[in-house]
Design a protein around this ligand. Structure first.
Ligand SMILES: Nc1nc2c(c(=O)[nH]1)N[C@H]1C(S)=C(S)[C@@H](COP(=O)(O)O)O[C@H]1N2
Ligand SMILES: [Mo]
Length: 215
């Protein structure tokens, strides 16, 4: 995996991470060294970093030309898109988990943005019809993740669908999978396969199992 990263971003924000939570980063996280570029797509966060090379232009590597570009409606691919404008994901309860039964759950997740501080996060428990402000559990810092939570009482109903959205003020709302996001290109249900910052929804089945839904 080889990526061209503008020098400006490297000098401003780049972290070369060798540890997490008081121990060496784990093999699946990129041991022994991982490049972290806060706010940018995770696919630029090179694991098992071997070298940094300087160049006066992008290297045009396989991944950055064939994969991490956005196919636009006119058939041309836009190079390069790095920033996650705003993104959120509910980490609990999330896919492949199983709720033991109806009752109280504390929905919890992470939100982040390359554009600055996450100011608020909204959660819906009815598939996006109604939105409520979530509690921010950590202090939002620029280009950092913020943890949010939302108390939820699951009545055991099948197919309860819940989701979170991170509106960045002013003027940017995390895109909905149901809308066509033309700006993100023509390829795939979210506008772009590789740059995906759309709202992520989870559904709970009657037996408590949680799965991904495109709703
Ligand atoms: N060395 C190396 N780093 C890599 C990759 C890779 O193939 N090789 N894949 C990238 C991609 S495409 C993604 S989505 C993220 C996944 O990181 P995660 O396992 O922490 O979620 O790692 C990135 N870093
Ligand atoms: Mo990826």
């Amino acid at each position: 995996m080889t990526r061209s990263i503008p020098l400006e971003k490297m000098l401003k924000d780049a972290i070369l991470a060798y540890g997490q939570d008081g121990e060496a980063i784990r093999p699946e996280q990129g041991y022994p060294l991982r490049l972290i570029l806060p706010g940018w797509e995770g696919n630029t966060h090179i694991k098992g970093l071997r070298r940094l090379e300087l160049s006066d232009k992008p290297f045009m590597t396989r991944e950055e030309t064939s994969k991490y570009t956005d196919l636009m409606p006119n058939g041309k691919a836009r190079q390069f898109s790095f920033e996650m404008e705003a993104k959120s994901v509910i980490t609990f309860p999330s896919g492949e988990m199983k709720l033991p039964g109806p009752g109280f759950y504390n929905i919890s997740g992470l939100a982040w943005s390359a554009r600055g501080r996450v100011q608020s996060v909204d959660v819906s428990i009815d598939g996006g019809k109604t939105w409520y402000p979530a509690r921010l559990d950590t202090v939002p810092e620029p280009i950092s993740t913020v943890r949010f939570s939302f108390p939820w009482s699951w009545n055991g109903e099948s197919a309860a669908c819940y989701r979170a959205a991170a509106p960045m003020k002013p003027g940017y709302l995390q895109p909905d999978t149901r809308t066509t996001d033309g700006d993100r290109g023509a390829n795939g249900p979210f506008g772009s396969v590789y740059h995906l910052n759309a709202i992520q929804s989870w559904a709970v089945a009657a037996d408590g199992s949680v799965s991904n839904v495109h709703a």
